[in-house]
Design a protein. Structure first.
Length: 143
């Protein structure tokens, strides 16, 4: 099994959709705790609409997002703190359940984990996959 990841930082909705379509992604799994964005088109409702229009399903798994204190640590460049905080998040019952759901969804059809950060090494998507799916092939897309 493989799971794609994609960050929309610096991308337009058109570029984002084109990258997903080129890779054959059929489902986007939004792993943001807060599916809001200052970038036009990337908040939950308009993003869902654009994806559905492109024939791509949208699923939001909130419990797989980084909690507020982890986001603050990441913004401050304290990546070790962010990783520690996020590891704690993944131990919560809701996150355990949504991790299993994420893997089931990715087995059903080609899926991409979505977050803001362009570089997967700077994003919790990589921490998530390393923690819950270490043997899954991760393919990082760039819009």
């Amino acid at each position: 099994m493989r799971i794609f990841t994609i960050g929309y930082e610096g991308a337009t909705v058109g570029e984002f959709l084109a990258a997903l379509q080129k890779a054959g992604v059929e489902r986007v799994i939004d792993v943001r705790a807060l599916p809001l964005s200052r970038r036009p088109g990337f908040s939950k409702s308009p993003l869902r609409a654009a994806l559905e229009e492109a024939g791509i399903e949208y699923v939001h798994l909130k419990a797989l997002g980084t909690p507020a204190e982890g986001r603050a640590a990441a913004r401050a460049g304290r990546h070790q703190d962010m990783a520690r905080i996020y590891a704690g998040q993944l131990e919560l019952p809701e996150a355990l359940a949504q991790s299993a759901q994420m893997l089931d969804l990715a087995r059903e059809r080609p899926s991409a984990l979505l977050c803001f950060e362009r570089e997967p090494a700077d994003c919790h998507r990589t921490l998530l996959l390393d923690a819950v799916a270490p043997n899954v092939e991760a393919l990082h897309l760039f819009a």
